[in-house]
Design a protein around this ligand. Structure first.
Ligand code: KG4
Ligand code: ZN
Length: 333
């Protein structure tokens, strides 16, 4: 039996969840709105807001789960990858909390946790499966052989898919985080209105930096003809950009699935909340005869429920860390 308190603080969400023997009984997420004014997450501000949020979020999670902290059996936390100052708040709190309550500590890799979010609810994928993990900092195709044995088979060589969305939004004058706003406008536009260059990258890898530049040049050229080009065509621009990103993501996923002969396919991470990616994957599932797994919205973007899930499997393996553990901004997969 395990009752695990899990802390996520890798970027700009302060989140605490509780799992009772692998079942999530609380998942509290405090979002930070302060970054909207800056067009991106300001690390110094993020860590300060984590400091303000962490105690009330812990208390809320314990209260939601109706758990006394004395009943906990372990503390799990995101060790990395992420913003060092943000991670430091969660890691330090987890360590002192575990020390005070004499509990074992479980260090979780944030990218593993995004994948293990698929084990929070039914239906669950069966091993081995392929997971396209698309977030603000990462784009990876992962071959998932077990809860702990995962191998990256393809990844981005530069920008992540989430960054491609966020940077497009910035070019279009939309506030941070732009991904959800591009998605909202895209649903009202024509995905075939404009064409953007598709990057030609080897194997199952991705590249989005040239793609982003091609959007910037396209917008600049159009604005020379019509200074109101963005305002006049916002929905069509968003729909076309989204369609291009989704097609790039799914083409490599299909290639990998064929190569590995795997038909259990999952998506994870913040961009898996994207309506175009979700519907594109469902269409491809019919065409390719895949079983696809798409997380509930609350488990796509950063949350501690996925950290609790990863913590649960590590607890079963008794994989604990000591008090000298430090956060890692870059963490080996
Ligand atoms: O996984 P996540 O919450 O944080 C990281 O670990 O990075 O992912 C955040 C990313 C941001 O780039 C955000 O714009 C993007 O996910 N995102 C979306 C959508 N919702 C979140 N991108 C496109 N469409 C969405 N609906
Ligand atoms: Zn994430």
């Amino acid at each position: 039996m395990s009752i695990i308190l899990a802390i996520e603080s890798s970027c700009d969400e302060t989140s605490v969840a509780i799992s009772n023997n692998g079942k999530i009984t609380a998942n509290v997420i405090a979002n930070q709105t302060i970054h909207q004014n800056y067009g991106g997450v300001i690390p110094e501000l993020a860590s300060r807001v984590h400091q303000q949020n962490i105690v009330p979020v812990i208390q809320q999670a314990l209260s939601d789960a109706k758990v006394n902290k004395k009943d906990l059996t372990a503390v799990a936390f995101t060790r990395g990858p992420g913003l060092l100052g943000s991670l430091l708040v969660g890691v330090s709190f987890a360590k002192s909390f575990a020390l005070a309550l004499d509990l074992p500590l479980i260090a979780v890799n944030h990218m593993h946790a995004h994948i293990l979010a698929h084990f929070i609810e039914d239906p669950k994928p069966t091993f081995p499966f392929l997971c396209l993990t698309v977030s603000g900092g990462h784009t990876q195709i992962v071959l998932v052989k077990s809860y702990s044995d995962m191998e990256i088979v393809g990844e981005t060589l530069d920008d992540a898919a989430g960054e491609a969305f966020d940077k497009t939004a910035k070019i279009l004058g939309l506030p941070y985080p732009g991904g959800p706003l591009v998605d909202k406008h895209a649903q009202l536009g024509n995905p075939l209105a404009y064409k953007f260059a598709v990057p030609q990258i080897k194997d199952y890898d991705y590249s989005f930096s040239g793609f982003k530049t091609s959007i910037l040049y396209f917008i600049r050229a159009q604005e020379k003809i019509n200074p109101n080009f963005i305002v006049d065509n916002l929905n069509d621009i968003c729909a076309s950009v989204q369609d291009s990103i989704v097609n790039i993501l799914l083409a490599k996923l299909k290639k990998a699935a064929n190569q590995f002969g795997i038909s259990e396919i999952a998506i994870a991470g913040g961009v898996s909340a994207n309506s175009g990616l979700r519907s594109g994957l469902k269409e491809m599932a019919i065409e390719q005869n895949w079983n696809v797994y798409i997380p509930a919205f609350e488990y796509c973007t950063d949350n501690a429920a996925m950290i609790a899930m990863a913590g649960h499997y590590k607890y079963i393996d008794q994989e604990f860390v000591q008090q000298d553990v430090a956060p890692l901004s870059r963490m080996e997969f």
